[in-house]
Design a protein around this ligand. Sequence first.
Ligand SMILES: [Zn+2]
Length: 466
Amino acid sequence: MPHSIEASPPDGTIASAIATLKKLISFPSVSAKSNVDINDWCAATLAQMGFTLWRSGYRDERGVRKANLVAVRNPAGQRCEASFSGRARALRYFGNDEGPEGLRPAANTSSNAANKCFTALPAGTEQHETSADHSTAASSHQGLAYFCHTDVVPAKKWVGAPTPSSPSTDDAAAGPFDAVVSDDRVYGRGACDMKGSLAAMLSAVARVDARQQTAPIWMVCTADEEVGFNGAKHLVDHCDGYRELVRADPVSVIGEPTEMNVVYAHKGIQGFTVHSRGRAGHSATNFGINANEAMVPMLVKLLELCQRTREDAGLQDDRFDPPVLSWNFGVSDHSNVVNITPERSDAWVSFRTMPEVDAAELVAEADATARRLGLTVTPIAGCDPLWTDPDSEIVSQFQAIAGTRSQTVCYATDGGVLGELSRRIVIGPGSIAQAHTVDEWIAIDQLRRGIDCYEKALRHWCTDVA
Ligand SMILES: [Zn+2]
């Protein structure tokens, strides 16, 4: 059954936040599938809450439609479009939603149709007026931007909530996309990573009256975070709305689960693959060329580099735990037949970069060795580390608001590709320990704390009302 895009914005209470979260979980937005439905629902909801929208649509490498969403709510009175009702805004966004027809390609996008950014704003005036809005707002008040991803990891082995002693028929059959509230927790794929966070921010926004705003509130929902930050990368390269956001340079919150601790830095992730090509032949003859033979000395080099990352203090950064690059590698010849010479052998390497350790010299060494052996090297697109000064105002203010500590983490987020923004932190409800698990859940207390903290942050950076 297709999801309706009937939006029902939360009202700021915990009950409506839970209802919003259950709705968000009901979209089976695993990264391999489209996130268009859930982003359209978010768009409709934000439109009702007074936001102006941009959509950046693309097709992923398998041809699946994906969508990024950028939305902004300017201070009331600064909007040029105040006469549009929420419904009118939504219709403008959803007009001809089946495809890009009727939507205007944004000015500075690629000519490749699959990679165009489309905005629902008609050509001409509104786009200009929106820009004018921001230049006014951005000059003195930069506001706050919230970033989330709406894709989730697969849920094939889903176990879900523990079966109650007297299971109701509903709960007993609950799948990963049928949220279950049990034991002061909400269970469901994405509950923790990171639809709970989005429900919390939507609820926080609902508590802030646009008439009290003195600076813009930005909301960004990306696709494909779990598969290489591809949605955020597309956003950076192709979306007019994101360009507006960069010009405003707001305080930027990546709402991934941190149990509301203030994460001011995380590692990046980079990597490469190495390919050896031989020739298949009967192993009893001389016709084949075993691709593994050239790969073996390459693996020896990769192991040597791995050991160096553990021993060389110059390749470490004590501000992270563990302080090392976490050099990880593997190999496959795609073969389990003993009488054919393997024609392919492929190795991969991934490592976690840090602000002052980019491992470029290790990659150059691996590359030189591969060339000498006649192998080819292909980089794996990753993301940069995130770093914000732990003594900066954004970190201390968030610590004061959330009542938690500041820290670094080792996993990467969309924030790693948003380097044009000068003040980025990661803070959100839920624990990373529950992310990607077969019984993913978020504690309702975390949701509550998320809403309260986000509300205070919005009041601090976007209103004059403490
Ligand atoms: Zn996440």
